[in-house]
Write a protein that binds this ligand. Structure first.
Ligand code: C5P
Length: 309
């Protein structure tokens, strides 16, 4: 092979040795804790949808083995405690690959906000490595590696609304009876998921979630279609324990509910609060009022149907 050709090959390879994708946040429309499991996790049932708030991840191969994560956002660990690093190591191990990879992460999803940012980053990492290293793994294979990394990782491999069960890792596709605008309010207080579950356990010493009159997640496929009625049917059984862990959330929830004139929900174990609007103008006005009157960051997003990576 001539040196010109090998350069071309190198250049070609360089062009094809980088993958850039977007990792969406998620919100939980419903979240039911069914009980504690023998493995210490909790059995869940939750209707979740990805929303149009994204982190950007760019992966490229590098000559040195190992993974180098570059991220300028405060509060984002760059070591083994970051799920991106863990995902790269696990895939390399399973695939027997010794090449290195560099990941540039542009973070927009708040850390510790109940929006699944870390899990979504991990799911994107699996998809990126599958392409970069030409592994040809099926979505099922990626989901099983994802479930090892974290309970919320597999849901991001689906790309639309899903119902999560088990500890969160079992996924089935779902329909939403309402598609509109969602305002996310970021209280700026990271809440530990493990602490919220611990608080749930203290409130449920029998380990069981007990009887409830909540609607099953499938019901939301044909739910009343207005935003206010829609929000009235949503629920999250981690709200009370999250407010015990972080009492400031309770007062904030009350205040925002009054301002929005409709229910607010906590996403996952918090601390992000959200509500729904049928018109984009209404959503914009509420988000602006939250920033002006409460001094908190708020953003308008939409539920998304497809993986837009
Ligand atoms: O699976 P993941 O690492 O994301 O979970 C973080 C923590 O949240 C777990 O260590 C556990 O304390 C708690 N958790 C739980 N039950 C679940 C999911 C998470 O108790 N279904």
């Amino acid at each position: 092979m001539s040196s010109r050709n090998s350069h071309q090959l190198l250049y070609f390879k360089r062009d094809n040795s980088a993958v850039t994708l977007r990792a969406p946040a998620k919100i939980n429309w419903t979240l039911r804790v069914l009980g504690r499991r023998p493995d210490g996790y909790h059995e869940l049932e939750s209707l979740v949808s990805p929303v149009s708030l994204y982190d950007d991840l760019s992966f490229s191969v590098r000559p040195e083995p190992g993974v180098k994560l570059i991220c300028g956002a405060p509060g984002v660990p760059l070591d083994e405690s970051n799920l991106v690093v863990r995902a790269v190591r696990r895939v390399a191990e399973l695939a027997g690959i010794h090449a290195g990879v560099e990941c540039r992460l542009e973070k927009r999803i708040p850390v510790g906000g109940g929006l699944g940012g870390g899990s979504s980053n991990a799911a994107s990492t699996l998809v990126a490595l599958n392409a970069l290293w030409r592994l040809n793994w099926s979505r099922q294979q990626l989901a099983s590696v994802g479930a090892e990394l974290g309970s919320d990782v597999p849901l991001f491999l689906h790309g639309g609304p899903v119902i999560m069960t088990g500890r969160g890792e079992r996924i089935r596709p779902a329909e939403l009876g309402w598609w509109g605008w969602v305002v996310l309010v970021f209280p700026g207080i990271p809440v530990s998921t493990a602490a919220v579950y611990e608080s749930w356990r203290e409130a449920h010493p029998s380990g069981s979630g007990g009887q409830t009159d909540t609607r099953p997640p499938e019901w939301f496929a044909n739910a009343p279609s207005g935003a206010v009625e829609w929000m009235e049917w949503t629920y999250n059984m981690l709200e009370a324990p999250a407010m015990k862990v972080c009492p400031a959330l309770e007062e904030l929830m009350r205040r925002l509910t009054g301002m929005a004139n409709r229910p607010m929900r906590l996403s996952g174990s918090g601390s992000t609060l959200f509500t729904a609007f049928d018109e984009p103008g209404e959503a914009d006005r509420f988000a602006a009022a939250v920033t002006k009157e409460v001094g908190l960051e708020a953003g308008v997003v939409r539920p998304t149907r497809q993986a837009e990576a």
